[in-house]
Structures are given as structure tokens and as C-alpha cells.
Design a binder for this molecule. Structure first.
Ligand SMILES: C[S@@+](CC[C@H](N)C(=O)[O-])C[C@H]1O[C@@H](n2cnc3c(N)ncnc32)[C@H](O)[C@@H]1O
Ligand code: SF4
Length: 391
């Protein structure tokens, strides 16, 4: 085991289930999430179970290590639907004894009331979208809960399941280092063992994007955001929750095993509208993508049993690109054993020697007998590092 509970020997196999609905659309969010007046929960349950059964046939015999209900807002699902999917998954595959089952939840009181029912359904980890611990910031982010309500939801989550994480968004316009440090300290006072800290990104086709174009929203300058990033990492390390990925911090043993499956480029199934998957069968890794629009997906599943939009075999070059892009996000980087497993060669044989050397000389990349990883300075400019290395 590595210090974050990551077992390098056991190849994980994860299941992602996408719930594409939210009560309201937040102005910064470009996830595949939609607001609908009414949702036919039974119809959705039947369709998700059908798509699960379809893909289970292609992956029979695997050992399931994690399930992740993401969204959208999966805490709006009926607990019966969550229970039925977990039960079906346990029937399709042999589950690891420590199967991790995460559900993303919004911290409104009506959803928090359902946490115990989700736990009874088999959820053992809740990831809560707290987003900010400051009511003015929550209003700016278009959230429909106060900081107090969010913390009450975190407390209820703790009573319901053993593992609780929460998300905060920082590097908000005009946020200064002192205010963020105070907010982080409030978050750490909750004694979380996992916390995801995302820098605000202005995504295209969102109300925030339009507001920026109109000059009504000014992003934090890049150098100020970089300072916040470094200070955040230091503060969290001092508190015992070192970063194990660019935006994710955990106490030893508390890393999210499901997300590690993505970052380590292991196999996962993705079901539900817009979900992505990576499945290796007959020695070939295939990238799957489901239809994104909820109604189109539902219609397809009802007609033919699955809503697959694309299933594309990935050649070695594509797998190398994906593996490096995902793996260098991890503090531990990419293990040689993982590169060999996926691509049958050492990184030096796969990546351009001049670029590897240049990045190491600049202090952005470390390559040793264990594998390769980005340095602290490299993580600060990870996108540029990746573009250069994979050009
Ligand atoms: C699928 S969403 C969250 C689940 C849940 N619906 C919620 O909002 O609480 C996952 C996380 O991504 C983060 N996120 C979404 N859009 C973001 C953006 N534009 N910038 C930074 N973080 C973002 C938020 O912290 C959010 O909790
Ligand atoms: S942040 Fe969460 S609640 Fe808001 S629109 Fe995105 S998925 Fe929905």
C-alpha cells in the first residue's frame, strides 16, 4: 500500500453511474446536468439497470473495486434506485471486500435527510458539494444553501457513513489569501479526512462565461491564483491532508479509490447520459461514451438496451497520451509498473528523450526507478508541461 491507501498491486475496476439532473443550474458549471420539472424515477431506474446489464456482459469476471454515483446531483435519486443499482452491480461482478461506494450530494436539508437511506442502500462514502463556507460567496456561486446548512449536511453525512469528503471552490474573483486561509481553517476544523479544492474555472457556455465577456466578472489574475494554489497545498500538508492529486487532499489511507482508477488509467465502466468508460477486452482498450442528452439516452436504452454513442479502440499513442495526462496529476505520478502494464515499455522508450531531459533540467519533472512525476513547480504549469511532453 502507498501512503494514501492506494494498492499498486490490485488492478481496480470502477463503475461510474451518471445522474444528469439538478434542482437548478449553477452559473459556473458545465457538467452534463439539466433541470426538469418532473423525473420519472422508475423509468430511469429501469433504464440504468438495463445499460448496466448490457455492459456487465462485456466485462464478466472482473472484480469490482468501486462504484461512483456522479452528476448532476445524485442525491436527488430515489434511494430505491441507488439500492437497486448497487445490488445489480454486486450480482454482475464479484465485489472487492472493501468495495467503495461514493455518492455526490448537494448539501440542502432535503437531500441530507436522505443520507441514512443512501447508507442503507449500500453507499459508504458521501462527497458533498459545500463549495464555500461564506454566504456571500455561496450567493455569488448561485448555490441554494447557506454555509450553516452545508455544515449541518456534513454532520448528517458523518452519522450516516464512515467516509465523508467535501468540495470547495477557491480562487474566486477578489478572493484574497487571508480570507481563503480563514475559510480553509473553518473547513479543516470539521476534521475531514478527504477534501477536494477546485480553482474556479470559467467554462464556455456558462453564465459566468457570458458575465466575463460583458466585463461583469473578473477572474483572479493567474499569479494570485498560483499563490493560492501553493499556499493551499502547504496548509493542507501541515494539517495532515497532503495533496495526492492536483485538487484532492486526503489523510493517509483516505484517498478516493474510484478516482484513482481514472488517474492510474485502470478500467472503468460509465453508464448513464454522457458517461465515459475505458474497458479492456481481448487485449484492446476501448473508449466508450454514452449519449449526452438525457431524453435521447433514455429513448435509446429503451429501444436497444444501451445508449452508447461511441466505442472506439485506442491505439498505443492514444493510450500513452491519456495515461500521461491522467497520471501526472497524481502526487505519486505514474509508476513504471503501470506504464509497463498498459504499454509494455519504459517511459524513456515511449516519450521523446530531448523533451524528457528538458523538463527534468527545468525542475518540472522527476523520472526515477519508480516512475515519473511532476514536481511542485511542474504541477503549477501542468497544462503547459503536458502540451510540451506530448506534442
Ligand atoms: C458534479 S459537480 C458536484 C456535485 C453536486 N451537484 C454539487 O454541486 O454539489 C462536482 C464538483 O465540481 C466542482 N466544479 C464544478 N464546476 C466547477 C468550475 N467551473 N470550477 C471549479 N469547480 C467546479 C464543484 O466543486 C462540484 O462540487
Ligand atoms: S455544480 Fe452541481 S448542482 Fe450545480 S449545476 Fe453543477 S452538478 Fe448541478
Amino acid at each position: 500500500m502507498s501512503e494514501n491507501g492506494e494498492d499498486r498491486e490490485a488492478p481496480g475496476f470502477g463503475l461510474y453511474i451518471h445522474w444528469p439532473f439538478c434542482r437548478a443550474k449553477c452559473p459556473y458549471c458545465d457538467f452534463n446536468s439539466h433541470v426538469r420539472d418532473a423525473i420519472e424515477q422508475r423509468r430511469w431506474r429501469t433504464a440504468l439497470l438495463a445499460e448496466l446489464a448490457h455492459y456487465a456482459e462485456e466485462t464478466a469476471g472482473r472484480r469490482l473495486t468501486s462504484i461512483f454515483f456522479g452528476g448532476g446531483t445524485p442525491s436527488l435519486m430515489d434511494p430505491e434506485t441507488v439500492a437497486a443499482l448497487i445490488e445489480a452491480a454486486n450480482g454482475h461482478w464479484a465485489a472487492a471486500p472493501d468495495l467503495e461506494v461514493t455518492l455526490e450530494a448537494n448539501p440542502t436539508s432535503s437531500e441530507a435527510e436522505k443520507f441514512a437511506a443512501f447508507a442503507a442502500a449500500g453507499v459508504n462514502r458521501l462527497s458533498i458539494g459545500v463549495q464555500a463556507l461564506d454566504d456571500t460567496a455561496l450567493a455569488f456561486l448561485g448555490r441554494r444553501h447557506s454555509a450553516a446548512e452545508a455544515l449541518a449536511a456534513v454532520a448528517l453525512a458523518r452519522q450516516a457513513v464512515a467516509r465523508v469528503s467535501f468540495d470547495l471552490i477557491y480562487a474566486r474573483p477578489d478572493q484574497d489569501a487571508a480570507a481563503w486561509a480563514a475559510e480553509l481553517d473553518r473547513a479543516l476544523a470539521e476534521a475531514p479526512d478527504h477534501i477536494s479544492l477546485y480553482q474556479l474555472t470559467i467554462e464556455e457556455n456558462t453564465p459566468f462565461h457570458a458575465a466575463r465577456r460583458r466585463g461583469e466578472l473578473r477572474e483572479l489574475p493567474a499569479d494570485a491564483a498560483a499563490t493560492l494554489f501553493s499556499e493551499t497545498r502547504q496548509r493542507l500538508t501541515d494539517a495532515g491532508l497532503a495533496a495526492y492529486e492536483v485538487s484532492n487532499h486526503a489523510r493517509p489511507g483516505a484517498a478516493c479509490r474510484h478516482n484513482l482508477v481514472y488517474w492510474r488509467y485502470l478500467d472503468y465502466l460509465g453508464i448513464g447520459p454522457g458517461a465515459h468508460g475505458r474497458i479492456t477486452a481481448k487485449g484492446q482498450k476501448v473508449a466508450t461514451r454514452q449519449h449526452r442528452a438525457p431524453e435521447a439516452w433514455l429513448d435509446l436504452v429503451e429501444r436497444r438496451g444501451h445508449g452508447t454513442r461511441q466505442a472506439e479502440p485506442l491505439d498505443a499513442a492514444a493510450r500513452l497520451q491519456e495515461m500521461v495526462m491522467m497520471g501526472l496529476r497524481l502526487t505519486a505520478g505514474i509508476a513504471r509498473t503501470d506504464i509497463r502494464r498498459e504499454l509494455g515499455a519504459e517511459p524513456e522508450a515511449l516519450l521523446p528523450a530531448t523533451r524528457l531531459t528538458a523538463l527534468q533540467d527545468a525542475g518540472y519533472l522527476l523520472v526515477d526507478e519508480d516512475g515519473m512525476r511532476a514536481s511542485e513547480a511542474g504541477l503549477l504549469r501542468l497544462n503547459a508541461l503536458l502540451s510540451y511532453l506530448l506534442a
